[in-house]
Design a binder for this molecule. Structure first.
Ligand SMILES: NC(=O)c1ccc[n+]([C@@H]2O[C@H](COP(=O)([O-])OP(=O)(O)OC[C@H]3O[C@@H](n4cnc5c(N)ncnc54)[C@H](OP(=O)(O)O)[C@@H]3O)[C@@H](O)[C@H]2O)c1
Length: 375
């Protein structure tokens, strides 16, 4: 008998930055990877590089995917057709770009970072279900902790200074709601913070100009390092296997994992008859972070809040965050990866777990892209 066919992954924004390294890492692990990019020529060059670095690896350029345009997202999914999809990595995003709105009145950055990926994921859900157990990884950011999401209608249409942070919070709200709906069908959805990574995403901002650009070059991780957290989220065990290692590193918080392990040790199914998960591990949704971005000072506090107290608290928290961001990669590098190398499931910001907000956002998004609320 020959080897089983490689599992298929789609990685958005895989021609550059973190996405390119995630694609490379998946190919090296034996996955067949489809590069989902708006510029197929740039994707072709990335595919050639990846094939050179992993001879015999399975990498190909998918149909053009421009997340700014819902028509392009639909065409991409049509182009994928009935091919298997075991993993979708929603990685592509923008920051520091000029303001524009779609014909539907959606702020351009919200369209690219959140609504385009929402439509893509929902259209690919049947393929993911057919390949269950399968997974969707949403690349979020620590910035989601620094904001307080307004009501969905305002979020979707407004280009505010918190726009990028709001889109990264929306990624987690969507991931959580998608996991709640699709998890019982075997499609696990999670979100991940790749840490501070020196990529083109900072182009056009003050971080691309001295002296801040020197700090970014010196202190932020290269894309190959940032990709490690995403690769962990994409490939770690789900559901967790029983054992000490799964208690330390599996999805969910430590107490959720302990509870889930107890259920499994008793020989019971973690999935109840209604399809929901038992116990507080009922959702099993995971948010992953690495190194100092997983430190309790970052994950147990929150920066978002309303009014002047929220703003003052946010300023203190932003300072704590900046210090952590500045030390994360240097510590990992200087210790040869011994410190700060591991990726862990950590709590996301409290608002990311707001089920009502997640549902409202899901429904408003469905209306704009013209999909039913349930599918
Ligand atoms: N870098 C960091 O410090 C950091 C920190 C936290 C989270 N993140 C997250 O990590 C992810 C990857 O970012 P990165 O730092 O690797 O940025 P990057 O180097 O700028 O790469 C972004 C990718 O997204 C693609 N993209 C942009 N607009 C698109 C569109 N309309 N349709 C389809 N693809 C589009 C880009 O394609 P083009 O080449 O065609 O522009 C590129 O491939 C993002 O989700 C970001 O929010 C990054």
């Amino acid at each position: 008998m020959g080897d089983p066919p490689a599992k298929t992954a789609i990685v958005t924004g895989a021609n550059a930055g973190i996405g390119r390294e995630v694609a490379q890492g998946l190919v090296a692990r034996g996955w067949r990877v489809i590069l989902a990019c708006r510029d197929t020529r740039a994707a072709g060059r990335a595919a050639e590089d990846i094939a050179r670095e992993a001879p015999g690896g399975a990498v190909e350029v998918g149909p053009a995917l421009d997340l700014a345009d819902n028509g392009s997202v639909r065409n991409f999914v049509k182009g994928i057709g009935d091919r298997p999809v075991h993993l979708l990595v929603n990685n592509a995003a923008v920051n520091f770009v000029p303001k524009w709105h779609t014909e539907d009145g959606v702020a351009g950055m919200v369209q690219v970072n959140y609504l385009g990926p929402y439509l893509l994921t929902r259209l690919l859900a049947p393929s993911l279900r057919a390949c269950a157990p399968s997974r969707v990884v949403h690349v979020s950011s620590v910035m989601h902790r620094l904001t307080h999401m307004p009501r969905p209608a305002a979020f979707l249409s407004t280009w505010s200074p918190s726009c990028y942070a709001n889109t990264k919070l929306a990624n987690i709200l969507f991931a959580n709601e998608f996991h709640r709906r699709e998890g019982p069908l075997g499609v696990h959805s999670c979100a991940v913070d790749p840490g501070g990574v020196r990529t083109r995403i900072y182009a056009g901002s003050i971080y691309a100009r001295p002296p801040l650009s020197w700090a970014v070059d010196l202190l932020f991780a290269p894309p190959s390092d940032g990709a490690q957290a995403v690769l962990h989220a994409a490939t770690c065990d789900w559901p967790p296997t029983i054992g000490r290692d799964s208690l330390e590193h599996g999805p969910g918080t430590r107490s959720e994992r302990r509870e889930l392990l107890q259920i499994l040790r008793k020989g019971q199914s973690p999935v109840g008859q209604s399809g929901s998960r038992r116990g507080s591990a009922s959702n099993g949704f995971s948010f992953y972070a690495r190194g100092l971005f997983a430190s309790p000072l970052v994950t147990r506090w929150g920066g978002g809040g309303e009014g002047w107290q929220g703003a003052a608290w946010g300023a203190v928290y932003a300072l704590v965050l900046a210090l952590h961001a500045a030390m994360d990669y240097p510590i990992r590098r200087m210790s040869g990866g011994r410190w700060g190398g591991g990726t862990r499931a950590v709590p996301a910001a409290p608002q990311a777990g707001d089920a009502r907000l997640a549902l409202e956002l899901w429904n408003s998004s469905a209306e704009i892209v013209g999909l039913p609320r349930h599918s």
